[in-house]
Design a protein. Structure first.
Length: 297
C-alpha cells in the first residue's frame, strides 16, 4: 500500500516542533502519513518560516507525500501575554506548513468557575478567530480538562459539551472548533461515540489517544482517592471502538487526520514508546479499512 491513498483521513502522530525535522526523518519509514507540530506554552526562538521550508522539502521527497496536519500551542493565552502573541504567530505561519488547523487550549482564569473565563476568552479569541478566518485557518480547542473541573482549573475550559456551547456562543465564528479525542471524554464517563455524532461538524482535528477505565478501582475506592482509576492509552490498547469512530467521521464528511498523541501510555512508554506508537499506527490503518483498493473503471 502506498501512503496517501486514504487522502480523506490520514493517520499520523505528534512531534515536538524544536526537533521536528530530525524526529520526522527518523520515523517516516514506519509509515506515518501526517504530523502535528507541538510548541508547548510558547513558540520561543523557532524560526517558523525556516522550519516550514525544511519540512516541505523533507516531506515532498517522501513517497505518499506526508503532510503537516496542524500546529499546536498549549499555554494559557488568558493569563500569559506571550502565549496570546504566539497564537497570532502560529495562525500566520500555518499556511507556510501547508496546514489549516491550529490546536490549543482556550486558557482559563485560574481557580474560577468556567463562566468567569468567558469574557476574557471572548476578548482574546474574537480577533484571533477573525485572523484565522482571513487566512483560511481553523482554531481547534483540545477537549482536555488539564485536571480542572467546572469550578476550578488552570488551563482550559473546553472540556465538556456545556462549555463548548458557551464558547461557541461567546465567539460566533466557524473558525473555532474542537481538537477532540475520546480519552478526555471517557475520563468524565462520557460515551465518546454518540458525542462524536453530535459535535462532528465542529471537530477540526483528532488526537489519537484512548483510555482504559479501571472499574474495579472505582467500585472499590471511588474516584476521589489517590488511586488512579483511568489510564490514558495509545490506540489499540484502550476501550474505544476505533473502527466505529472512523466510520462515524467518514459518514459526517470529516476530511483530516488522526494524529497519535503519545507519551501517555503507562505500559508502552520509555524504550517502548515508538513500539506502541507504530503498533497504534498499524492498528488505526486497519480500523480505517486496511489497504486502499481502487474501484474498477
Amino acid at each position: 500500500m502506498q501512503q496517501g491513498n486514504h487522502h480523506d483521513l490520514r493517520i499520523g502522530t505528534l512531534v515536538h516542533a524544536e526537533n521536528a525535522v530530525d524526529t520526522i526523518r527518523q520515523i517516516l519509514p514506519h509509515g506515518f502519513e501526517s504530523f502535528q507540530l507541538t510548541f508547548g506554552h510558547h513558540v520561543g526562538e523557532i524560526d517558523l518560516e525556516r522550519l516550514a521550508g525544511e519540512l516541505r522539502e523533507l516531506l515532498a521527497a517522501t513517497a505518499g507525500t506526508p503532510v503537516i496536519s496542524a500546529l499546536g500551542l498549549y499555554g494559557n493565552p488568558l493569563t500569559d501575554p506571550q502565549t496570546a502573541t504566539d497564537w497570532q504567530r502560529v495562525i500566520d505561519a500555518a499556511p507556510s506548513f501547508g496546514c489549516d488547523v491550529v490546536g490549543g487550549f482556550t486558557g482559563r482564569i485560574p481557580d474560577c468557575p468556567v463562566p468567569e473565563s468567558l469574557g476574557p476568552f471572548r476578548d482574546c479569541f474574537t480577533p484571533l478567530a477573525d485572523r484565522a478566518d482571513e487566512r483560511g485557518v481553523k482554531i481547534a480547542f483540545e477537549n482536555c480538562a488539564m485536571h480542572g473541573d467546572w469550578e476550578r482549573g488552570d488551563w482550559n475550559i473546553a472540556h465538556s459539551p456545556q462549555a463548548w456551547r458557551m464558547l461557541f456562543e461567546a465567539v460566533r465564528s466557524d473558525a473555532i472548533g474542537l481538537e477532540w479525542e475520546p480519552c478526555h471524554q471517557m475520563v468524565s464517563f462520557v460515551d465518546p461515540l454518540p458525542q462524536l455524532k453530535e459535535w462532528g461538524s465542529r471537530i477540526y482535528h483528532i488526537h489519537g489517544k484512548d483510555a482504559q477505565i479501571e472499574w474495579d478501582v472505582i467500585r472499590r475506592e471511588g474516584i476521589r482517592s489517590s488511586i488512579p482509576y483511568v489510564a490514558h492509552r495509545t490506540p489499540g490498547f484502550g476501550e474505544t471502538d476505533w473502527t466505529r469512530l472512523i466510520g462515524i467521521l467518514r459518514q459526517q464528511g470529516y476530511r483530516g487526520t488522526i494524529d497519535i498523541e503519545g507519551w501517555h501510555d503507562p505500559v508502552y512508554c520509555g524504550e517502548f514508546e515508538m513500539t506502541g506508537q507504530v503498533r497504534a499506527l498499524r492498528y488505526l490503518k486497519r480500523c480505517r479499512g486496511g489497504d486502499f483498493v481502487p474501484n474498477p473503471e
